[in-house]
Ligand binder design. Structure first.
Ligand code: SAM
Length: 324
């Protein structure tokens, strides 16, 4: 089980989050006790045996989320920690720097954050939901930008455990990654000042329903930051890959920007602004020592990098900001 005591207390102090506080312990029991992931005992054991050390400092505003310094631990402790951290591979989102150990992740997630941070309402004092937060890299950056509380949800257990590794050293800060999907968030919470959904929309079979759920989670006047794959095209164009897209099996829809805007209007979002459109490069997404599987380079047509291996347009991502 992950420790949710402080989260439940914070939720109970916020009237809009009370409905979630009431069901969260049962949600966690169901995931951790009724049908637990087979690797959980091993992951928990590794976290328990990792060195106990208070970091001399932390920095959640630097490109690599930094927890502790190299001088906080000995060389032998560092070697052991590296091999323990490698038990949580693949490290996809980051980078992190833990006691001077640089976790060079598949994605330069800091590049995405840098595209966003100056275009959104201040996060200072805000209650934030990050849907599909992976290991919480961006959640730490949101906290670094002043958020009062960040609740991240991601159903992939290894990413939740990567966050637990960092939590071992960060103390009880109001940043949480819960092993839940968007459908586990109680309906119509109207609890969050800011909701992020980055890299999730194209995985949803019903994109409009996803946008509606995000709208329902926001307070009136709250802000949505949505990042998703897009194609070039007019206001009725959506790519629905037949089978795989860039080797991913679960990509269900890639709209044009105009289509995406229409979807947002349809789900009652206002003040819709595209703040960035960028083609993903092999510098931003690549194989590393911490993520040894194939990556973007292997998913593109070797003769024409503007196409995926299946012949679709290569990945281009848009970031849209909108208000409720
Ligand atoms: C492409 S990654 C994006 C991670 C991060 N938001 C980012 O932008 O770097 C998509 C994440 O969404 C998660 N995910 C998949 N289905 C989900 C769902 N139903 N609800 C919430 N997250 C989901 C996956 O486990 C994965 O970590």
């Amino acid at each position: 089980m992950i420790n949710i005591e402080s989260l439940v207390s914070l939720m109970q102090a916020d009237k809009n989050l009370i409905p979630w506080a009431e069901i969260l312990p049962e949600q966690m029991k169901k995931i951790f006790l009724k049908n637990p992931h087979g690797d959980l005992p091993r992951w928990n054991k590794t976290i328990d045996t990792m060195i106990r050390q208070t970091p001399s400092s932390t920095d959640f505003n630097s490109d690599a989320v930094r927890i502790g310094n190299a001088d906080d631990i000995t060389q032998a402790q560092r070697d052991e920690l590296i091999s323990q951290l490698k038990e949580f591979m693949p490290w996809r989102k980051g980078p992190f720097e833990l006691f001077g150990i640089h976790i060079d992740t598949e994605w330069r997630s800091d590049w995405k954050w840098n595209r966003i941070k100056d275009h959104i309402k201040s996060l200072a004092g805000k209650t934030v939901l990050d849907v599909g937060c992976s290991n919480g890299y961006h959640a730490w950056r949101m906290y670094g930008a002043g958020a009062k509380m960040v609740i991240g949800i991601d159903p992939t257990m290894i990413f939740v455990m990567q966050h637990q590794v960092m939590k071992k050293y960060t103390g009880d800060r109001p940043v949480y990654v819960l092993p839940l999907g968007i459908d586990d968030v109680p309906q119509k919470l109207k609890a969050f000042d800011t909701v992020f959904s980055m890299g999730v929309l194209y995985h949803r079979r019903d994109p409009l329903e996803h946008l509606k759920t995000l709208h329902d989670a926001l307070k009136k006047g709250g802000e949505l930051i949505l990042e998703t794959l897009v194609i070039e095209g007019g206001n009725e164009e959506v790519l629905m890959p037949k089978d795989r897209y860039a080797m991913m099996r679960n990509v269900h829809n890639i709209p044009s920007c105009d289509m995406l805007e229409q979807w947002l209007v349809q789900e009652k979002f206002k003040n819709i602004r595209f703040i960035d459109i960028t083609a993903t490069t092999i510098e931003e997404q690549h194989t590393t020592e911490w993520m040894e599987f194939q990556s973007l380079q292997d998913f593109l047509d070797p003769k024409d990098n503007t196409k995926t291996i299946e012949g679709y347009p290569a990945p281009v991502r848009a970031i849209v900001v909108a208000e409720k």
